[in-house]
Design a protein around this ligand. Structure first.
Ligand code: FBP
Length: 265
């Protein structure tokens, strides 16, 4: 059979765990996420690529910055996105943002796509997810699903039962890696990992925590719950020292260090 998916997943999860740097915010949130000189994507990337297990970007930025990441870190190309400029009624939909073939042409080791489970546009997002999935299978590229339950019937998207439902739907739709929300405790996140049935679960970082130490406690909690790692954007690139933030997160994920210890390293 085709072994490409396994080979590529192995590049990202070298010891079975991974810290992925998320860097797709320029479209999802706009340049406002990048104050000062960090608006130049090369500035942040060059500080982080040597530290993490993979970087996740949209195709255009991946192409523009190739001299920074090439040969340093595996690339995950995200092929769906949306701007926050679109009307409120359409915010629970992501659009195609490139093709799986673009990811292949860029030298990616995986593709990523968002599914807002429970959105009014669930049907359309699923159609797109399965298009991505089918093309990716042809090339032996693993598919990371940003499994985000969001929609009018969802009161609390961080509720453990809601997150579990999203994770179950992710494995049923063939996700090879799942990125989902933290549910607030190790005990509840253990139940999230359990429902993934062995498919690697990575926690989505979220908005910048009050301190890096606070964030490391969350990372430690998801690792204690049996997760395979984290996908982190703002808690790395909005930190005054992105290299240090990435290093500390790596220590907690790969070495199991306590948060204070990871900061002292
Ligand atoms: P963060 O660690 O910064 O939360 O990045 C993860 C991520 O999923 C990005 O990939 C994405 O652009 C962003 O968060 C979406 O944020 P939201 O939809 O919550 O505004």
């Amino acid at each position: 059979g085709y072994i490409g998916k396994r080979v590529r997943l192995g590049r990202i999860l070298r010891d079975g765990k991974a810290v992925v740097f998320a860097f797709d915010h320029g479209v999802e949130h706009g340049p406002g996420d990048f104050p000062g000189e960090t608006v130049n994507p090369r500035k942040i990337l060059s500080k982080v690529v040597g530290e993490v297990d993979a970087v996740m970007m949209l195709p255009g930025i991946a192409a523009l910055t190739s001299e920074v990441w090439q040969g340093k870190v595996p690339l995950i190309v995200k092929v769906t996105s949306k701007t926050s400029l679109r009307p409120e009624a359409e915010k629970l939909l992501q659009s195609p943002f490139g093709f799986v073939e673009d990811a292949v042409a860029l030298g990616a080791d995986a593709v990523a796509a968002t599914v807002y489970w429970g959105s009014n546009f669930e049907d359309l997002m699923l159609e797109r997810w399965f298009q991505v999935k089918r093309a990716a299978e042809t090339y032996g590229l693993p598919c990371l699903q940003l499994s985000y339950p969001r929609g009018p019937a969802i009161k609390n998207m961080y509720d453990v039962e809601v997150v579990r439902y999203g994770v179950r739907a992710a494995i049923e739709s063939g996700a090879d890696l799942i990125k989902t929300y933290y549910t607030g405790s190790t005990e509840s996140f253990r139940r999230v990992v359990e429902v993934a049935a062995g498919v690697p679960v990575l926690m989505s970082g979220g908005a910048k925590a009050r301190t890096l130490l606070d964030f490391l406690y969350v990372v430690k909690s998801v690792m204690d719950a049996g997760a395979q790692g984290v996908v982190v954007g703002r808690n790395i690139f909005q930190h005054e020292d992105p290299t240090l933030a990435a290093k500390a997160i790596m220590y907690v994920v790969h070495e199991g260090y306590a948060p204070e210890e990871a900061l002292r390293k």
